[in-house]
Design a protein around this ligand. Sequence first.
Ligand code: S3P
Length: 430
Amino acid sequence: MTSFSIGPASAPLRGTVTVPGDKSITHRALILGALADGSTRVTGYCQGEDCLNTLRAIRQLGVEVREIPDGLEITGKGLWGLVEPVNVLDCGNSGTGLRLLAGVLAGQGFFSVLTGDASLRSRPMARIVRPLKLMGAQISGRKGGDLAPLGIQGQELTSLVYESPVASAQIKSCVLLAGLFATGTTVVTEPQKSRDHTERLFAYLGIPFRDNGCRVEVQGRQSFKGKPIDIPGDISAAAFFLVAATIVPDSEVFIPNIGLNPERTGILDLLLKMGADISVLNPRTQSGEPVGDLRVRSSGLHGISIGAEMVPKTIDEFPILCVAAALAEGETRINGAKELRVKETDRIHAMATELQRLNVSVEEEDDGLVIQGNAALKGAVCRSYGDHRVAMSLAVAGLAADSVVSVDEVDCIETSFPGFHGKLLDLLTN
Ligand code: S3P
């Protein structure tokens, strides 16, 4: 496993940086493109391993996907045209890939097996298996179906009104995708609104559905036509540069073409509240999603209190937010974020442990963290726990440390952001 080292920034970060296409939208565009009638051209897609695994999975399901300049052309099989894969479908590190594909496979007339790497095989799957079984699906897996590999014997599904106990776009999208194959109207409610990329693509592709915020309904068995999907840059990837440029004095970085879905922009709201200097320029809409360019200049930060209401729209950005908090003035409290414990790793424990290694005073709580700011970050040898977002967050922390921070197992960054390290170094030498 490779590691890398990041030294204290010797210069400000300057220039323009582009980030990979939105990972969440890419999974959905690939899956819906596979189920559409006719061709779907997907441009700007994320070429991280997570999405490449979903791409391989749809090819294994008999879908033809051709590379075109800037993207992919998917020849959809229609709702009922997928074929039984002759081998297991390996989603690698991706919870989104596995959970969304499970929704599709539950309604097929064939058998399939979904699996992933050691991290994914330890993440909870009962949260999707339960509603899918209520729709009539036949699924088995380790620990009574809570752990992958999951074996799915596709069935005729019936619609469901499902009250999800967790605000999770993966659960919601899994059930909505299964709902495409079910008789009648499938309804999902959630305690807080999670990201709505599936719903926005449904609307964009003309799939009949209704969205009342925390209650979404989709009408089953309605075929739809493919359409070009242009995917914006991933705000979750941009977040690392937003914090890096904020904490390194005299920096100014431009990040064009970033998805600004309101259920994803918690990181902007929170950094602005902490005192960051970030502007959104040129707002526009692209394939049904709000998009804009971001400009960030360095600035001082102060600690804040972050409650449960901010968690769904900031969920993937807590690791990097913890780094910002360590360098802010005063204390930052994060509560209501227990879901962080079931991500690619337990991110509450990972960030508490690694920040302590960097000389930050942090308390780990059951559902969050309390971070004392004004930290004098010290160089250290840190663990990524094989989690891409932990690895990138620790790299950014290295810019503000007194000596080199080295991070282990950084190959995991390939899951979402190939080329991250080089892009960070380029900004330092501009
Ligand atoms: C995602 C939903 C979130 C997020 C993940 C991507 C999605 O997971 O953390 O990185 O694309 O639907 P949960 O649904 O588990 O909150």
